[in-house]
Design a binder for this molecule. Structure first.
Ligand code: G6P
Length: 538
C-alpha cells in the first residue's frame, strides 16, 4: 500500500474515490436464463471479480466484458446495459455481444491458440503453428473486431458519466485478450486515464518475433497508449521493455528503482511489476463455508487415510500436468515404501475445450492416470484421483488438508492457487513450485521448494523431500509462505495501480501534443535507430 487512510474494504480514499471502469474478457457475473425467460446473474468465481467488487461496495463500478455464451449474447442484445448486484455492490455491466463465428476467431484462434501459447513458450516452432491467410483473417475479423467493440463500449460508458465522474474515471484493462483496446481508446478519448494489467508472462523479444511482425508491432504500439502497464514480475517488465526498445525505437525508456518510464510521441507511461495477490479473508471464509464442506464431503475419503499431494489447476498444457503425473510415478517407482501411503489428487477444471490442443492434452492426462492407477492402485484405492469440475469452495477445502501442493507449471504468470493454499492449509503443507511461475519468483526460497518444470526427476525428489520434511521445517516454510502472501494482498495490487494511474494521468494532460495514434508496424520495415535507454537513481 502506498497511502494511509484505509477504508472498510482495505482500500484508501484514493482508490474508492475513483470512478472505476474495468474491461476484461470475462465479466463479474455469469448470466443464466430462467424458464420464464428472465435473465439472472451469478457472481463469477475468481479473485479478480472479488477484488473489484469489494471496491464497488464503496463506490460505483462499471465492467465491460465480452459475452461468451449464447445466453449472455441474448441477454445483452435484449438490453445492452445491466446492473448486477453482488452482495452490497452495484456493478454496471455491458457485455459486448459478438457473433459466434467472430467470437471463436477472437477467443479460440487468436487469444488462446496464438497469444496464450506464445506467452507461455508453448509453440512447437519446428512444426506449428503456421501463420497464413486464415490466421491473419482470424486476427483482423476476430481479434481486432472484438477489441474495437470493447473500446467502443468503454467510450459509450465514459460518455454516459457526469463530468465530475469523468474527471475521476480510470479504465483498468485486463489481460491478453484486449491488447488493442488501449490504442483505440486513446484515439477516441485522448484524455482518458487507462492502465493495462497483463496476468500472464511477457515472453522474451525473440519469442514475440516468431509471430508476424505486424501483429506484435500493433500490440506493442497499442500498449504504449496506456498511462500504466502492469506486469506480474520484474522479468516480465524487462522483457516488455526489450520489446518496446526493438519495435518502437523512438521510445525513450528511463528506469528508476522498480519504475520504468517510457516517453513516446509526447506521451509518458509507467511500466511496473504489480504481482497480483488474493483477498485472504474472503478465501478463508470460503474455505470454511457450507459449500466447501458439502463439496468436500464427496472426496474426503481420498484425504483420510494417507498423505496427499494435491494440485488444483485448469486442465491445460501450460500447467504441465503430464510431467506432474510422471514425477509422481517416479516417486512411487523409486520409493516403494510410499506405495499405498501417499495419494495424488488432481482437481482439474475443464478449460477451452474448443481448442484442439487442449482436448488432446486432456486425453493424454486421462490415459496416464489410468496407467499409473493400473500399476500402483486398485479401483477402490486409486493412487491418482482426477476430480473434474469448477468448484472453488471444494478446492479450498481440499487445500486445507493436503500435505503438499504441486504447482509445476511450464511457466505461469502468478498462480493464485498456490497463494490460496498458503493461507488456508492447516497441516503445514509444503508448496512445490516451478521456478518459472510468478508465484515462485515472488514468494521465493524460504517459502516453497522450487523445481524446474521439465525436470521430472527433480520434481519427484522435491515431492519426496516435501513428504518427509521434519515438522519444524514444514512449519517454518508454511508460516513464511502465509506471511508473504498476506503481506501483499489483492487490495494492495489494485490500490498501487490506481494510485499510479492517477498520478501518471496528470503528466500527459499538459505535454501530450495530440492523441498518439498507434502506428501499425509495416511488415519488413527496419527500426531506424536504437531505443534510448537510460538509468536514473532515486
Ligand atoms: C487464467 C489466467 C488469466 C486469463 C484466464 C483466461 O486464469 O491467469 O490471465 O485471463 O486464464 O481463462 P479463460 O477460461 O477465460 O479462457
Amino acid at each position: 500500500m502506498q497511502n494511509g487512510d484505509h477504508g472498510p474494504t482495505g482500500l484508501t480514499h484514493a482508490a474508492t474515490s475513483t470512478r472505476l471502469i474495468v474491461a476484461a474478457n470475462r465479466g463479474p457475473a455469469q448470466f443464466y436464463q430462467r424458464a420464464d425467460g428472465k435473465f439472472v446473474a451469478r457472481q463469477a468465481s475468481g479473485g479478480l471479480a472479488t477484488a473489484f467488487v469489494s471496491l464497488a461496495a464503496g463506490s460505483d463500478l462499471s465492467w465491460i466484458a465480452v459475452a461468451g455464451t449464447e445466453v449472455e449474447r441474448r441477454a445483452f442484445e435484449e438490453k445492452p446495459h445491466r446492473v448486477v448486484r453482488i452482495g452490497p455492490a452495484r456493478v454496471d455491466t455491458r457485455y459486448v455481444a459478438v457473433p459466434d463465428r467472430i467470437y471463436k476467431l477472437y477467443y479460440d484462434d487468436i487469444s488462446n491458440s496464438t497469444l496464450w501459447f506464445a506467452q507461455h513458450y508453448l509453440f512447437h516452432p519446428d512444426l506449428s503453428p503456421d501463420f497464413g491467410l486464415a490466421e491473419r483473417q482470424a486476427w483482423h475479423e476476430g481479434y481486432v473486431t472484438v477489441n474495437r467493440m470493447v473500446a467502443d463500449a468503454i467510450v459509450a460508458e465514459i460518455q454516459g458519466l457526469t463530468p465530475a465522474e469523468q474527471a475521476q474515471a480510470v479504465v483498468m484493462i485486463q489481460d491478453y485478450q484486449l491488447y488493442l483496446v488501449p490504442g483505440m481508446l486513446r484515439e477516441a478519448l485522448p484524455g482518458v486515464t487507462q492502465s493495462h494489467f497483463v496476468h500472464i508472462p511477457w515472453p522474451a523479444l525473440r519469442y514475440w518475433q516468431m509471430l508476424p511482425q505486424e501483429i506484435y508491432g500493433q500490440i506493442i504500439a497499442s500498449m504504449l497508449a496506456n498511462n500504466v502497464v502492469g506486469l506480474q514480475t520484474m522479468q516480465d517488465v524487462k522483457n516488455f521493455l526489450a520489446c518496446v526498445a526493438e519495435v518502437q525505437p523512438q521510445a525513450t525508456i528511463t528506469s528508476a528503482d522498480d519504475a520504468n518510464y517510457i516517453t513516446w510521441h509526447g506521451h509518458r507511461l509507467l511500466v511496473k511489476a504489480y504481482p497480483i495477490g488474493i483477498n485472504a479473508d474472503h478465501i478463508r471464509t470460503l474455505a470454511h463455508s457450507r459449500a466447501a464442506k458439502s463439496g468436500f464431503a464427496g472426496i474426503a475419503r481420498y484425504f483420510a487415510d494417507r498423505q496427499t499431494i494435491l494440485r488444483v489447476d485448469r486442465l491445460e498444457p501450460t500447467k504441465n500436468i503430464i510431467r506432474g503425473l510422471e514425477a509422481f510415478e517416479t516417486l512411487l517407482e523409486q520409493h516403494a515404501e510410499l506405495r499405498g501411503k501417499v495419494r495424488f489428487v488432481m482437481m482439474l477444471v475443464p478449460s477451452r475445450e474448443g481448442v484442439r490442443r487442449y482436448r488432446d492434452y486432456a486425453r493424454r492426462v486421462n490415459k496416464l492416470v489410468q496407467k499409473i492407477n493400473a500399476k500402483y492402485g486398485t479401483p477402490d484405492d486409486p493412487a491418482v484421483v482426477h476430480v473434474a469440475g469448477n468448484d472453488q469452495a471444494r478446492a479450498l477445502a481440499a487445500m486445507r488438508v493436503c500435505d503438499v501442493l504441486l504447482v509445476n507449471s511450464v511457466i505461469d504468470g502468478m498462480h493464485l492457487g498456490a497463494k490460496e493454499a498458503a493461507v488456508v492449509n492447516e497441516k503445514q503443507g509444503v508448496l512445490v513450485i516451478s521456478r518459472t511461475a510468478g508465484v515462485y519468483q515472488q514468494l521465493g526460497d524460504g517459502a516453497a521448494l522450487g523445481v524446474s518444470p521439465l525436470d521430472v526427476q527433480a520434481t519427484a525428489d522435491a515431492l519426496y523431500h516435501a513428504l518427509t520434511l521434519p515438522q519444524a521445517e514444514r512449519a517454518a516454510l508454511a508460516e513464511e509462505a502465509c506471511h508473504r502472501v498476506e503481506d501483499h494482498d489483492v487490495f494492495a495490487w489494485l490500490e498501487d495501480q490506481l494510485v499510479d494511474a492517477r498520478h501518471m494521468a496528470k503528466w500527459p494532460a499538459r505535454h501530450r501534443p495530440a492523441a498518439p495514434t498507434p502506428a501499425p508496424v509495416v511488415a519488413g520495415s527496419q527500426p531506424d535507430a536504437p531505443a534510448h535507454v537510460t538509468s536514473a537513481s532515486g
